[in-house]
Design a protein. Structure first.
Length: 121
């Protein structure tokens, strides 16, 4: 496996298998199903808002597909080898308090896509 992300809508994990060109879903019970077989994907991320997946690979390919494995869009960037993929705005940072010298300002980090729903202050 070369990439993995948590799928909050199902409680499963999705991962890429670079050598076989597959995107797999793995349930907590260990059941493995193939969602997509397009070669070269080595990273994946789940869109929390839509439930869709975004996978990128070493051949410069980026694939957006549905939770059922239906390809929605494919784009190739010549000469690019992706090693990771992220959706803009998916990491949540917030703050509260008076933002001035001598005052306390609290910063919170939320990782809603984490399998454990981590939040830190």
């Amino acid at each position: 496996m070369s990439g993995v992300d948590f799928e909050p809508r199902t409680g499963s994990f999705v991962c890429t298998r670079f050598d076989a060109g597959q995107v797999l879903r793995v349930t907590r019970a260990g059941v493995v199903t193939t969602l997509l077989s397009i070669g070269g994907n080595n990273s994946i991320v789940v869109d929390d808002e839509t439930g869709e997946f975004l996978a990128a690979g070493s051949a410069g390919n980026v694939n957006r597909f549905s939770p059922a494995g239906t390809v929605i869009a494919t784009r190739t960037f010549a000469g690019v080898a992706f090693t990771g993929v992220e959706i803009n705005g998916s990491r949540k940072v917030s703050g509260s308090g008076a933002f001035q010298a001598g005052s306390t300002y609290h910063v919170s980090f939320a990782f809603p896509r984490s399998a454990w729903g981590l939040t830190s202050n």
